[in-house]
Write a protein that binds this ligand. Structure first.
Ligand SMILES: Nc1ncnc2c1ncn2[C@@H]1O[C@H](COP(=O)(O)OP(=O)(O)OP(=O)(O)O)[C@@H](O)[C@H]1O
Length: 704
């Protein structure tokens, strides 16, 4: 556990003032941390939890809630008349994430390991069993615990810390029911209780565990923000709980904010918002990082994104930007396998960071709550959280235990600026951070819409990075699509409206080569076309909120040859591409034949249906001609002007004309046509024959 910085928070009374006093070895561990006074939440909670009271504790992030339950849990085990046997459970602590559970486990271990005697020196090279202290070490049950039963037998733990799903299956499986004795449990603690009870899956598991435990126990709920879900649980699982709320009053804020001066974020936090165009977000992110390191000497920073896909993508991009070459990046999100999560966290925490080589963790809300990172100087929110309650947890990763800290949230120009007022009402005051210039100073005015030209230069730089590996293009598209989906889930949906998204601007900020095809993009394009058409006619667009999009051109890329950096993936792509091409060609040839055939069939259908009419009209025409010629011949004969040659050869001429007529039409279409027509005709004949046969069979079916 990190040491307190000088200038610790508004502390309560000293640890020594607790009556009865703390058990000496517990007091020693606290003193060894350099903690002489309790924080207000500790001073409010520990005396009550030491008695028989259930506690519901709400206190700002970084206020020392962990020790507020760890100390009474340990003290009550030591003071209990019931002497806990090895493997008999005295306390269970449930936390929503693996990282937080591991951290709480570490704090318990810090205390209990001081009772473990040093191992005896090895005899003849033989391995000695790990010595066991007066109280066994705690057990951690999360997705990282491969065999919790073996671990339980090994530690014989009295204290179990874990995540809800894993704990429920550990305790409630037939093996757990018989091996893990919970009949004398003293305390159940829910850390980040509102998150545990707000998510349906977590809540179901927590309730199953609660039903499994005897009612005679203390139950404590801790969180920086409490919700209605917690209120429900107070009704079903707690007995006359005492509510401990540690409010922070800031006299300077009393005139503004909500009029009371209360705030849900530490007083030592400089909490800011920066407004920019949607295409300028990454540009501003890069400048915030550089300015925080340069001007404020930040050595450790966290950037929050709304999705794991965005974390994955920006981690790869930021790591390769020349402007950030002295930064060390790590990434963390829930979709990473447990080992990768551990490796990432340790690469971030163990990096020897300084403002000259800052360590930056890109993450989702998996690292928003409870996790006590050491000395975070700056928290940046690239995407505001979809759940506004998460805001205080995110910024609460800095300015912990009285240290100072800085936080900045990026908001896009327009409706998102209302978020500032929205948070103010929720006791989270923010001050404006000016748009950052290329020289890392404050811009007097933000660049004119639609876009800062530097953002287009950055687009080019990111595209150059993306063009080195097709994988980055895939990840970029995925990141954008997932971010849009997350945007639709904002609880403050009147501020974060998906209809306001300018996809060209978003793609610019992400540095994409082309805008991914998704239904939302199609309707966005239609909206633009409609508005453009209106504007050309000199009319105003129907849509009041319509703003012209950021100019966009796809990068010039030959997508057939654009390769993956991974050789294996690239050869798989080439094989798949060749197969696709072959299939397309085959499908193309088949389509062409089918199209021709359909044309002929249509022609024949048309001919057959009109055949009678045409024949009748032709005969009528010829008859008229014949009659005319006959009349002329008779007239000449009567006048004595007729010669033998004038006699009309009516029938022969007609027959010849008919033949010429039909030859002409076939010549027009060529031999291919005639061959196909023969084929179609014979198919039709065959079809007709089968159907006649089928009809015939059908007619006599009932005689069988
Ligand atoms: N009495 C104390 N004096 C000085 N520092 C303390 C004291 N108690 C705890 N701390 C330090 O304060 C920091 C925050 O403590 P902790 O993680 O328990 O906060 P929290 O209230 O649980 O925060 P969150 O809500 O974010 O989980 C830790 O680094 C811890 O070492």
């Amino acid at each position: 556990m990190p040491r307190p910085a000088s200038g610790a928070p508004a502390f309560g009374s000293t640890w020594a003032s607790l009556a009865p006093p703390l058990t000496p070895w517990i007091a020693d561990v606290i003193a060894a941390q350099g903690f002489s006074n309790m924080t207000p939440v500790q001073a409010g909670t520990i005396p009550r939890a030491l008695k028989n009271q259930d506690c519901v504790v709400e206190a700002v992030t970084g206020s020392g809630k962990t020790l507020a339950f760890v100390v009474p849990v340990l003290e009550r085990i030591v003071r209990s008349e019931h002497k806990y046997k090895r493997g008999e459970v005295a306390a269970i602590v449930i936390a929503p994430t693996r990282e937080l559970a591991a951290q709480i486990h570490e704090v318990f271990t810090m205390f209990l390991s001081t009772l473990v005697p040093p191992p005896p020196s090895p005899v003849d090279g033989e391995e000695q069993p790990t010595p066991i202290g007066e109280y066994p070490l705690p057990l951690l049950v999360t997705s990282g615990t491969s065999d919790p039963y073996a671990a339980f037998l090994n530690t014989s733990a009295n204290i179990i810390v874990g995540t809800p799903g894993r704990l429920a299956s550990f305790l409630l499986s037939p093996r757990g029911m018989s091996a893990v004795r919970v009949g004398n449990i003293d305390a159940l603690v829910l850390d980040e209780a509102d998150r545990l009870l707000g998510a349906p899956d977590h809540r179901r598991d927590v309730e199953r565990i609660m039903r499994h435990l005897p009612k005679q126990r203390r139950t404590h709920l801790f969180s920086a923000t409490m919700t209605d879900a917690v209120e429900d649980l107070v009704g079903i699982g707690l007995r006359n709980p005492v509510r401990i709320v540690v409010n922070l009053k800031d006299k300077r804020m009393a005139s503004e904010a909500n009029g009371t001066g209360e705030r849900r974020v530490p007083m030592t936090l400089q909490n800011r918002f920066l407004v920019c165009g949607p295409a300028e977000k990454t540009l501003q992110l890069v400048r915030v990082l550089r300015r925080e390191a340069g001007e404020y000497e930040s050595a450790k920073m966290i950037i929050y994104f709304s999705t794991g896909a965005a974390v994955d993508y920006f981690y790869r991009i930021l790591s390769k930007l020349p402007a950030l070459s002295n930064f060390h990046f790590a990434s963390l999100h829930g979709d990473l396998p447990p080992r990768a999560r551990e490796a990432s966290l340790s690469s971030f925490t163990s990096h020897a960071s300084s403002h000259l080589s800052p360590a930056v963790l890109l993450c989702t809300d998996v690292a928003a709550r409870g996790v006590d990172f050491n000395d975070i100087d700056t928290v940046i929110q690239y995407d505001p959280p979809t759940d506004p309650k998460t805001f205080s947890h995110r910024v609460g990763r800095t300015a912990r235990a009285g240290r100072s800290g800085r936080a900045v949230v990026l908001l896009t120009r327009g409706r998102e600026e209302q978020y500032v007022e929205f948070l103010k009402v929720r006791k989270i005051p923010l001050v404006r951070q000016a748009y950052i210039t290329a020289e890392l100073g404050d811009a007097e005015t933000a660049p004119e819409p639609p876009v800062d030209a530097d953002a287009l230069d950055l687009l080019k730089t990111i595209r150059d990075v993306v063009l080195t590996d097709r994988d980055l293009a895939d990840r970029g598209a995925k990141a954008l699509v997932s971010s849009v989906q997350a945007y639709t889930k904002h609880e403050a949906s009147f501020i974060f409206r998906p209809a306001d998204i300018d996809y060209a601007a978003l793609a610019t900020s992400f540095g994409l080569l082309r805008i991914p095809t998704m239904p939302e993009v199609r309707s966005w394009r239609k909206r633009i076309e409609k508005a453009e058409a209106k504007r050309e006619k000199g009319e105003a667009p129907d849509d009041e909120d319509y703003t012209p999009p950021v100019p966009w051109t796809d990068a010039e890329v030959d997508w057939d040859t654009f390769a993956y950096a991974s050789k294996q993936r690239e050869s798989a792509r080439i094989v798949a591409l060749a197969e696709k091409k072959k299939k397309r060609e085959e499908a193309g040839a088949e389509d062409e034949a089918r199209r021709k055939k359909r044309k002929i069939e249509a022609g024949i259908r048309e001919a057959w249906s009109n055949q009678k009419d045409r024949k009748a009209r032709r005969e009528e025409r010829h008859d008229k001609k014949d009659k005319k010629k006959q009349a002329e011949w008779e007239r000449k004969q009567a006048a004595g002007e007729a010669t033998e040659q004038d006699a009309p050869v009516l029938r022969a001429k007609k027959a010849k004309a008919k033949k010429e007529d039909s030859d002409e039409s076939d010549d027009d279409m060529g031999e291919d046509y005639r061959a196909l027509r023969r084929e179609v005709n014979s198919e039709r004949a065959a079809r007709k024959a089968t159907s006649t046969k089928r009809e015939a069979v059908g007619m006599f079916d009932d005689l069988d």
